[in-house]
Design a protein around this ligand. Structure first.
Ligand code: ATP
Length: 235
């Protein structure tokens, strides 16, 4: 059975010649949480942005929900929610409007009930009327996720959602991700942290120097290698 995301021989050579992806194959199952683990510069962001159709591959293909992301970008993109690494929110905009506007960008009709449901899912209901600048860092990250979910995507990509945040916030983010999985969203997240992959993933993919080194069920992988060996593998 094919996955909700199918990546086939994906390669990316940036202008200047650097090969960030060197033939990546990956099949992502509907409803799973896949952690994409790798050191700095491994190609995690490049892989995510190529899967989402934002970066154009040099070779290979990606299908999301059966749609080719290059040839059928609009249909594929509608299935995808993307949470970028950096917080790119308008400080004076209200939380509710931020999510509603994002929904409009995907051509989804105005639907106040839908926006309210997304805010509820992220425990942001009581912040709906707040301006972004009034929120804590953790709340801003939740707004980014609400934005990415505004048009009801099937697959959510989170690019290092806990980079540079403290342990408490990190755990809060893990709870958010677990809740979204319960609601049926397929989740792919990139991380440097083995303990993060261990805490929330169903499967772990390890990427290094533009190649996928392994993709395995988390439990089987941790039993086989243990955390120490994983650290060595990543260094
Ligand atoms: P990090 O964990 O540090 O965010 P990453 O695993 O997400 O790293 P990428 O950001 O995908 O890695 O970068 C992979 C490689 O491609 C790096 O060596 C980076 O310098 C290079 N790279 C990324 N974007 C570009 C670009 N626009 N032009 C040229 N090289 C790039």
């Amino acid at each position: 059975m094919s996955g909700i995301v199918e990546v086939d021989g994906l390669a990316k050579r940036y202008d200047g010649g650097f090969e960030a992806l060197k033939g990546v194959d990956l099949s992502i199952r509907e409803g799973e949480i896949l952690a994409l683990l790798g050191p700095n510069g491994a190609g995690k962001t490049t892989l995510i942005s190529t899967i989402c159709g934002i970066t154009v591959p040099t070779d290979g293909a990606v299908r999301v929900g059966g749609h080719d992301v290059v040839r059928d970008f609009r249909a594929a993109r509608r299935m995808i929610g993307l949470v970028p690494q950096e917080i790119n929110l308008e400080p004076f905009e209200k939380v509710r409007d931020t999510v509603a506007f994002s929904r409009g960008l995907f051509g989804a009709p105005r639907d106040d009930a839908k926006v309210a449901a997304v805010l509820e899912a992220l425990s942001l209901t009581d912040k709906a009327g707040s301006q972004i600048k009034e929120l804590s860092g953790g709340m801003k990250r939740r707004v980014l996720i609400a934005k990415a979910l505004s048009h009801d995507p099937k697959v959510l990509f989170l690019d290092e959602p806990t980079a540079g945040v403290d342990v408490e916030l990190r755990r809060g983010m893990w709870e958010v991700v677990a809740e979204l999985k319960r609601r049926g969203v397929t989740i792919i997240l990139t991380t440097h942290y083995i303990e993060e992959a261990e805490a929330i993933a169903d499967r772990i993919a390890v990427i290094s120097k533009g190649r996928i080194l392994l993709v395995e069920e988390k439990d089987a992988l941790m039993a086989r290698m243990g955390r120490k060996e994983m650290v060595l593998e990543l260094s």
